[in-house]
Write a protein that binds this ligand. Structure first.
Ligand code: PEP
Ligand code: MG
Length: 548
């Protein structure tokens, strides 16, 4: 038995045999004559094109044009006449169509790799993927990658086209030994709700693993190969419970979130990438309460342009339709470092140069982000919030920057919502204590309990040695939450909670009793939180027991 750990792509459990996928290695073999081989190539290409057209339509319907575009690009590559000529050239050597296609693909990829144009360089993998896709249709008689029984697919990476071709009923789970959670195939995996992990440390994908029994715990991030029988028994139980629970929770889809005594509250979701909006929708979130926009910066090699950011924000806003989307402006520094920002080394990074402080020092970065956000506001119900606020002067500066962003877009004749709501995070004791004043200057509050706890208790949230002292139920924190909620309501603005405490079972009755308007949690917790809220009668809640 060996346990590996990796990064979650989509949660859930799978128990079953491993099916190893490795990109097909094509040997140089003789063909049955160039005409016959060319005819085989043409037929396989036709099948490839029609499969890509299906994938295009399916992805377009589920994820939108930007995601679907990849399939259109692949289709054009498969139909490209230069590619066809290259295949013909290879066939002159009396090789098989499989070999000719792979060799033509490799040669084109090499040419692309040497080009100065970044766009063409990025097409290297696409050309290779198109070539393997055609080869997989050529190989069908001899058996391409098919699953003969329900299996956990183990691969270094899997072309998305290959995934689309498989019978979904046969896929128990997927383990991408390499890959990233934001790759195209990962997005598709989430869309198909297949338990999956990627980036597995120390796992080598070898044919010897074919047929071995394995357990995939994608909720925790574990992949267990050749487990002991008692582990299998324990995991079958876990899986059953998980499935039963999940099925039960479906009853809460499409229902309003109400306490037992009929008080209404909204459940929003926290997301870190525009692709995760699918999860929020699938789990019936009533809005997005925190889109951590810094992940766009973290994944980029250089400052993302206004245009790039706009695409991400628009995607989320459009997908959510009338539902509110709260995007948080850049929050880097402290435990989130980005090389190209060239941030100074600091003695106390959590108390140092982060979030709004960086934006104030580098207003061009904040300006580009605000312009992108205002542009996206024309496509749905977008609100923006700014983290780490401690003073009125910061709020004043944000409003000035927002005005400049509006003027910039008006001059460029671009559409935007001039009334887009601007809120702040209450995640410093200063913001909570001054919340009566701040509430009159902004449209909404959202409490970041992760930082509010760290700064109130003066305990580093990422220091493992202090984890046991990090008591998020501390009455000081509850008092600040209550104070901010009362001040928000006195000023007539809504208040949400987007830190991890938003799904804290113990504090939930307290949040509901004091009238927090919205709780924002990871998509996977939406329905269970709704179910839990339905069991709470706020008439029975004693607020004093949480604060004194
Ligand atoms: C928080 O501080 O509670 C919060 C939601 O923000 P982050 O965890 O991203 O700092
Ligand atoms: Mg925070």
């Amino acid at each position: 038995m060996k346990t590996y750990s990796g990064t979650r792509v989509f949660e859930g459990y799978a128990l079953g045999k491993i099916a190893v996928y490795s990109a097909k290695k094509v040997e140089k073999t003789a063909g049955k004559g160039k005409e016959k081989e060319f005819a085989r190539f043409e037929k396989a290409r036709e099948e490839t094109v029609s499969a890509l057209e299906q994938s295009f339509l399916e992805t377009l319907a589920k994820l939108g044009e930007k995601e679907a575009q990849l399939f259109e690009t692949h289709k054009l590559m498969a139909q490209d006449l230069d590619f066809e000529d290259a295949v013909k050239g290879e066939l002159e050597n009396d090789v098989s169509a499989e070999y000719a296609v792979m060799a033509a693909g490799d040669n084109l990829a090499m040419i692309f790799a040497q080009m100065d144009d970044e766009y063409m360089k990025a097409r290297v993998n696409d050309v290779k993927e198109v070539a393997s896709r055609i080869v997989s249709f050529l190989g069908e008689e001899e058996g391409g990658f098919v699953l003969k029984e329900p299996s956990i697919i183990l691969c270094d990476d899997l072309p998305s086209s290959e995934l689309m071709k498989l019978d979904k009923e046969m896929i128990l789970g997927i383990v991408f030994a390499k890959g990233s959670p934001n790759s195209h195939v990962s997005i598709l995996t989430r869309m198909m709700e297949i338990p999956s992990l990627c980036g597995i440390e120390g796992l080598e994908v070898t044919p010897s693993l074919q047929g071995s029994f394995a357990i995939l715990d994608a909720s925790k991030g574990d992949f267990i190969v050749s487990p002991e029988s008692k582990t299998v028994t324990a995991y079958s139980k876990k899986k059953d419970e998980y499935e039963k629970n999940k099925a039960k929770l479906q009853a809460y889809k499409g229902k309003p979130t109400l306490t037992k005594d009929g008080k209404s509250v909204q459940i929003y979701n926290n997301i870190a990438s525009s692709f995760e909006v699918e999860n929020a929708l699938r789990n019936d979130a009533e809005g997005i309460g925190l889109f951590r926009s810094e992940f766009i910066y973290l994944e980029a090699k250089d400052y993302p342009s206004e245009e790039e950011q706009f695409e991400h924000y628009k995607r989320v806003v459009e997908a959510m339709g009338e539902k509110q989307v709260i995007i948080r402006t850049l929050d880097i520094g402290a435990d989130k470092k980005i090389d190209y920002f060239d941030l100074p080394e600091e003695e106390n990074p959590a108390l140092g140069f982060r979030s709004i402080r960086i934006c104030k020092a580098r207003p061009e970065i904040f300006a580009a982000q605000l312009q992108a956000l205002y542009r996206a506001s024309a496509y749905g119900n977008l609100a923006v919030m700014v983290p780490m606020i401690i003073s009125e002067s910061e709020i004043k500066w944000i409003h000035e920057m927002a005005k400049l962003a509006r003027e910039n877009l008006a001059a460029r004749k671009l559409p935007f919502n001039k009334d887009m709501k601007i809120g702040i995070m209450v995640e410093t004791p200063a913001a909570a204590i001054m919340s009566d004043v701040f509430a009159k200057r902004v449209d909404f509050f959202s409490i970041g309990t992760n930082d509010l706890s760290q700064y109130t208790l003066a305990i580093d949230r990422v220091n493992p040695n202090l984890a046991s002292s990090f008591n998020p139920h501390h009455r000081a924190i509850c008092r600040l939450i209550k104070l901010a909620t009362e001040n928000a309501h006195a000023a007539g603005i809504p208040i949400g909670i987007c830190g991890e405490l938003a799904r804290d079972e113990k504090l939930l009755p307290f949040f509901l009793k004091i009238g927090v308007d919205e709780l924002s949690v990871s998509p996977a917790y939406t329905l269970s939180l709704r179910a839990q809220i339905a069991t709470i009668d706020t008439k029975d809640v004693d607020v004093d027991s949480f604060i004194s």
